[in-house]
Write a protein that binds this ligand. Structure first.
Ligand SMILES: Cc1cc2nc3c(=O)[nH]c(=O)nc-3n(C[C@H](O)[C@H](O)[C@H](O)COP(=O)(O)OP(=O)(O)OC[C@H]3O[C@@H](n4cnc5c(N)ncnc54)[C@H](O)[C@@H]3O)c2cc1C
Length: 417
């Protein structure tokens, strides 16, 4: 079933009776060539690229809940390629390019909106840091414009420019940054993978990983044992727990991150904006809700909900930056479990066990990474060699200390990234 304007028109005129489910609901087979544990954005995109690029189809994605129920459907949907450090910069640049062709690639409307992202700065020191970051982005082939105060005012006239504590000096503008519809990304990849023969098996929790003679043999699940010679762990916030099933101890701490959405308003915020003096970022959804978030709750947790001190902090930061949003009523808030690494950068690598691969450590930046992570993880699983764009995401950097990518410059503390 392909989507097209003609098809939408025909269905609209005939009572929308011709649409079919986007993916099958198969029972697990006894064995596959490749099993991916986790049906989030990264697991589904990996399955898609394994099938699309390498022609593999004896693949199962095992998801303990339902597609889109994890972080891929819980995030604030920001997509950008504004990283500074080699290793990260080329990877996120690759990802943004994949985003730009994704709707045509998947024949699915993921509602990519390149509305532009502006990171504000509030001191001379921050201006210098953003100037360097902008130059790194341009060197990488991405777009960056350093705005002064009046330049920011042209784009974002509603900010509080007269705030004496946090004066706005300017901003780093990334015009190709923006947002996408989060669960549509999961659905689009699920549909594309399913069309190429991948079995997407929901309500199937992996409870054990079978290993014999240093080689992975399959997994134990709530729906029985399934054999496979290659298994990819791609479970975001649950990475530490699932890796422990194979006897691995990961350099990951899981923390909760909250987000918020207000009642629907008329269009007011037409960019993605982030505050430079507190952790607060905001955009407006297509339904009109202001979608915003802040920092981690600072304690390790597997609860997909947060606590009130961070709610207060985020609201204060928002009110400081744009006092007019104080009139909007918050409709709902939620939390997601973040797989935080000590340097804030991800891992896409083999493990010490033959046939067992891992893709994790996306912290709170993994939504924008979905296309490139799938592309690179599929490359690793299919060829046993790292993709050039993800060659720095090695697991052993935390053991050797070589190749750490501490984008925030905050040192080896998981919850500060
Ligand atoms: C509030 C919030 C805001 C965010 N904002 C942004 C943003 O603006 N931009 C950005 O780039 N990133 C953002 N992120 C981060 C991003 O959402 C995550 O990094 C990314 O979604 C994680 O990868 P995933 O989609 O594969 O995860 P998930 O969707 O969580 O997928 C992992 C899946 O594994 C499944 N699973 C776990 N254990 C098992 C098991 N034993 N057996 C079978 N299945 C299992 C889970 O059920 C889950 O569905 C945000 C996250 C949150 C919570």
């Amino acid at each position: 079933m392909r989507f097209s304007g003609l098809r939408v028109l025909k269905e609209g005129l005939t009572g929308n009776k011709g649409w079919r489910p986007h993916w099958r609901d198969p029972d697990p087979k006894p064995d596959y060539d490749i099993i991916l544990i986790g049906g989030g954005g990264h697991g589904l995109s990996t399955a898609y690229y394994l099938a699309r690029t390498y022609g593999l189809s004896r693949i199962a994605v095992l998801e303990k809940g339902y597609i889109g129920g994890g972080n891929v459907g819980r995030n604030t949907t920001i997509v950008r390629a504004n990283y500074f450090l080699p290793g990260n910069a080329e990877f996120y640049s690759h990802s943004l390019k994949l985003w730009e062709g994704l709707e045509q690639e998947l024949n699915y409307n993921v509602m990519l909106s390149q509305r532009g992202l502006i990171n504000l700065f509030h001191s001379d020191g921050q201006r210098d840091a953003f100037a360097r970051r902008g130059n790194a982005m341009i060197n990488q082939g991405d777009d960056a414009i350093l705005l002064d105060r009046e330049g920011v005012r042209d784009h974002l006239p509603y900010l509080d420019f007269d705030n004496t504590r946090f004066p706005i000096y300017g901003g780093l503008y990334h015009p190709r940054g923006g947002t996408a519809r989060h669960d549509a990304v999961a659905w689009g990849y699920a549909r594309g993978a399913d069309q190429r023969g991948v079995d997407i098996i929901q309500n199937c929790e992996v409870t054990g990983i079978d290993i014999a003679g240093g080689q992975v043999r399959g997994v134990q699940t709530t729906r029985g044992a399934i054999r496979a010679d290659k298994v990819g762990i791609v479970v975001a916030g649950r990475s530490g727990q699932v890796a422990a099933m194979a006897g691995l101890r990961l350099p990951i701490e899981s923390h909760v991150l909250q987000a918020f959405v207000t009642e629907g308003l008329k269009p007011i915020i037409d960019h993605v904006v982030s505050f430079g003096m507190g952790h607060f970022y905001i955009s407006q959804s297509d339904k009109g809700g202001l979608v915003f978030g802040g920092d981690l709750d600072f304690y390790a947790s597997y609860a997909a909900r947060g606590n009130l001190p961070m709610v207060e902090h985020v609201m204060e930061a928002g009110m400081t930056l744009m006092p007019m949003i104080g009139k909007a009523r918050v409709l709902r808030s939620w939390g997601g479990i973040m797989d935080m690494t000590p340097d804030g950068s991800p891992i896409i690598d083999r493990t010490g066990i033959d046939g067992l691969y891992i893709d994790c450590g996306w912290c709170y930046g993994g939504f924008k990474a979905v296309p490139a992570s799938g592309d690179c993880f599929a490359h690793l699983i299919a060829t046993d060699r790292p993709h050039p764009a993800a060659a720095g995401f090695r697991l052993d950097r935390f053991r050797t200390g070589r190749g750490l990518m501490d984008e925030e410059g905050t040192g080896a503390q998981h919850n500060l990234h």
